[in-house]
Ligand binder design. Structure first.
Ligand SMILES: *[C@@H]1O[C@H](CO)[C@@H](O)[C@H](O)[C@H]1NC(C)=O
Length: 317
């Protein structure tokens, strides 16, 4: 009896300590203290939107405003961080969270009136990064969230082309350790993005919170203990495609285009790999043959035969 009481108390403790939230954001050498949910709200001001607890949001919260920034639509409390487009932003969680988990990072551009007076409503959020299952199977593999469990940190690079302006940045952990009971841990913070970027994602990348996720999304209606999860080696991360900073397509036309449109930035010529001018194969090492794929420029006349050969480093011996 005594044992079971101790065991229960331990289980409760370990459950609550396996919840968390982003506590500090760092840009270069500047650290921005996040909201401190267990301190009095009165007198606190932070670049981060206030939230009340490290506890997760659950499927029932997907249709509520809470899924946006882990609060009831609270506004900003004053400060705003600064980060350049193309720079890195490091988030540090206050305490470790469950594994396995997916990591997702979204942004939304604040209106011209600024971030403080804006709650992030509307189809305005775009995803700048996400990571789920890294290797192995869903059930036993390595997940992106493992890194946060181990180091408490996650670094994201902002798209270099991102238009300058004020934004909300939403970090989210999606813990998947319980079958069919995903846990969402979102927090938002406000930043002025500086730089010469001018690009914003087009509407196909934008989602709203609530709205972005549905309880039936395959990554949300998810059972880590299922037979399928013991063999599957990919995980369908919920939410929209990641926007990588590519320029929008031309203004959308009322009629469906006859052929797939090509994004402007996809017209990037692949780097051409010129063969090395001279062969650097060591003397007497293999430099040809049917299965050989290395340097074979020993053949000064451009002839590669199917017999093993020896090189003297300059030409054929
Ligand atoms: C960025 O996304 C666009 C649209 O999906 C794609 O065409 C392009 O190849 C991507 N660029 C990079 C560098 O991944």
């Amino acid at each position: 009896m005594k044992f079971s009481i101790v065991a229960t108390a331990t289980a409760i403790l370990s459950t609550s300590s396996a919840h968390g939230g982003v506590g500090v954001y760092t840009v270069g050498t500047t650290a921005y203290q996040g909201w401190q949910p267990y301190n009095s709200a009165s007198g606190q001001s932070s670049i981060q939107r206030q939230y009340a607890t490290f506890n997760p949001l659950l499927i029932a919260d997907l249709t509520t405003v809470n899924i946006r920034c882990n609060n009831a639509g609270d506004l900003g409390t004053g400060p705003i961080g600064a980060v350049s487009a193309g720079a890195t932003l490091k988030a540090k969680w206050t305490q470790w969270t469950h594994r396995p988990a997916a990591v997702m990072i979204y942004m939304a551009k604040c209106p011209s009136s600024g971030c403080n007076s804006w709650d992030g409503a509307g189809k305005v959020w775009f995803k700048i990064a996400h990571a789920g299952l890294i290797s192995g199977t869903q059930n036993a593999g390595k997940w992106a969230g493992d890194q946060i469990t181990d180091t408490l940190e996650w670094v994201v690079t902002l798209p270099a082309s991102l238009a300058a302006g004020d934004y909300l940045v939403r970090h989210e952990l999606l813990a998947l350790h319980q079958a069919n009971n995903p846990q969402f841990y979102p927090e938002c913070a406000q930043f002025t993005v500086t730089g010469s970027g001018t690009i914003s994602p087009d509407a196909t990348y934008l989602v709203s919170f609530p709205g972005a996720y549905s309880a039936s999304d395959p990554g949300i209606a998810f059972n880590i203990d299922s037979d399928a999860a013991k063999t599957a080696t990919t995980y369908p991360i919920p939410g929209p495609a990641v926007w990588n900073g590519s320029e929008s397509t031309a203004p959308t036309q009322p009629d469906p285009p006859a052929a797939p449109t090509t994004l402007a930035t996809s017209v990037v010529s692949a780097p051409t790999t010129a063969p090395p001018a001279t062969c650097s194969v060591k003397k007497y090492d293999q430099c040809g043959g049917k299965t050989y794929t290395g340097c074979a420029t020993f053949s000064l006349l451009g002839i590669v035969d199917d017999l093993p050969c020896l090189c003297n480093g300059i030409g054929r011996v």
